[in-house]
Design a protein around this ligand. Sequence first.
Ligand SMILES: [Zn+2]
Length: 500
Amino acid sequence: MGKIRGYDGGRRRRKARQRKILLAFVSVLFAAVLALLGVILWKVLQPVTVPTVPQELVDQYLSSQTTEADITWEMTEAPEYTQLVDTGHPTVDAANKLARMYDYDGAIAMISSTEGYQNDEACLAAIEAYEELKSQCVKWERYDQITHVFFHTLIVDEELAFTSEKRDDYNQVMTTVEEFNKIMQSMYERDYVLISLHKIAKMEVQPDGTEKMVRQEIWLPKGKKPFVLSVDDVCYYEYMNGHGFATKLLLDENGKVVNEYVNRDGSVSYGSYDVLTILEDFLTVHPDFSYQGSKGILAFTGYDGVLGYRTSDFWYTDGCPYYISTPENDYEKANYHTSPNLNIEQDKQTARAVAQAIRDLGWEMASHSWGHPNLKTMSYERFVWDTDMWEREVEPIIGETDIILYPKGADVGEWMASEYGAQNAKYMKLKEVGFDYFCNVDGSQYWVQIGDQFFRQGRRNLDGQMIYKQILNPDRMWVTDLFDAQSVFSENRPTPVPGT
Ligand SMILES: [Zn+2]
């Protein structure tokens, strides 16, 4: 044992000597590197930090919780973006449009497909800028943290709306034009970016031939947050006439989608009086509010027609073969619908053209059921009838869709993912007719569920009720992540807002 120990000890002593030499060498090297690094850092940082950053900013930085990475991004962001300046070069200006919406690959492809771009200084500089901006993007990983907000048709004339016989309903579930403008401005300033559902996840064919809902890659500049926006009941219902809302969507003489608005004196104005048109104006000024051209979702019922056109044969065509004559139905037809609509075929055609133009702008269309019932509690038989009615009267006009935004927010299943399976007949019926995206209403900040066969998301109503609820409960988080409730809430609203 001893011999072995001695032999071992001699080796250890030699090793210890070698280690000392190595340690000394490494120490010297380390000190040299540190010194060099110090000189470099001093050289690099000294002229930047000392003369140009005011002390308040340094203090702010030191006291803030922001990570160093965020600061780096903020410092690089501003100058990089100024590179996307339009100079009248047709190709570069067109590509800039894509790049401002974070579609850098699209912008590069657009320039690369132009003949002679390799010899064009402006083209090459633009490609370089796009590559740089692209390299600064980060991949969004928090699919369960994408918020979804929704509105109804906006109130244009607050006095009319809040004194009409439906004032309590409007006060509760509607948003005014002014409020909507402030909300969008605030969300834009807080770095929210519109995203379409199909850019979050979509059905893709798998190698085995089956289809599966697959998360899509989302690349955004650091700090930007995707959000989904939808608008319910874009039908301009008959009962809303004269209450201070837009009355329809149509194409003007240039083919642009505009609203019709009837003024108090009966004169008609065309322009931006509702979510779609107002948001389109906003995006013209702020294209970086949209992720690669994403817009909102418009949801339609069928019973009163769509987009302001009375297109339902059930109510508006005398002798409709599938009309169901009951005392209740006959009463409703006589009293709540200006029926018959003798212009119905022309109206369907016009609505179809408007819907196509809206799709061309990048908006998505959705079902909101045909008759706006509670799909959760109604009988399966009536559920099937309503679903088929939507397919029959609405889809031919607005086009095929795979999105349903539940009326009254009533989901056909409880919150568990297992609720959306073969045992749920209503869900299976909706899948059968082509729906893959299912949105309920939920007050929480995020509610996203992505299954193999479905995408579910909760939606937040940014209406009078929600904004007022936030004002009453300043310590709760209803909308504080999006905007300041106090400064958004219209002073023309009667208070308390019903439902709060
Ligand atoms: Zn609705």
